[in-house]
Design a protein around this ligand. Structure first.
Ligand code: FES
Ligand code: FES
Length: 161
């Protein structure tokens, strides 16, 4: 199988990689881009654990080929807060509202919630629940996750006012 050279950006950092045509973006991120924060759950597009933003849109990175990321920006959960130790306010809200237990689903939850609220800043609880329907959590029962996302939404609204 012929390999492909690709270039992309991961959280603003240039990454050059040589990949098999059937390598997933998830595998590329974990093995060649140092992005072990992107988690492998089901590996078949069901759980949302592997969610990253590709060119600003959430994707299940286990279902996207690495070559499809050529020339694009990929954002993982590490890219949410930017440089330094400071947490993003949404991460802080998860912490304060116990929105994370084992933490395995959390990177995908955070990225999906942030992406959705950026486009729908006044989304209600049921809209948020629907937006996060593709991200499965085996620990929290979702209540605490939704509490955390709503608290962040309210913080942002207050901030804008
Ligand atoms: S690991 Fe990608 S959707 Fe489950
Ligand atoms: S916190 Fe464990 S899977 Fe969600």
């Amino acid at each position: 199988m012929s390999k492909h050279e690709i270039s992309l950006q991961v959280n603003g950092r240039p990454v050059e990689a040589v990949v098999e045509p059937n390598m997933s973006l998830l595998e590329l991120l974990r093995t060649q881009a140092g992005a072990s924060e992107v988690k492998l759950g089901c590996g078949e597009g069901v759980c949302g654990t592997c969610t990253v933003l590709l060119a600003g849109e959430p994707v299940n990175s286990c279902l996207v080929f690495a070559v499809q990321a050529e020339g694009h920006e990929v954002t993982t959960v590490r890219g949410l807060a930017g440089e330094g130790e400071e947490l993003h306010p949404l991460q802080r809200s998860f912490l304060e509202h116990a929105g994370s237990q084992c933490g395995f689903c959390t990177p995908g939850m955070l990225l999906t919630a942030k992406w959705y609220l950026d486009g729908h800043p006044a989304a209600g609880r049921e809209e948020l629940r629907a937006a996060l329907a593709g991200n499965l959590c085996r620990c929290t029962g979702y209540t605490k996750i939704l509490d955390a996302v709503e608290a962040y939404r309210d913080l942002e609204v207050t901030h804008v006012d």
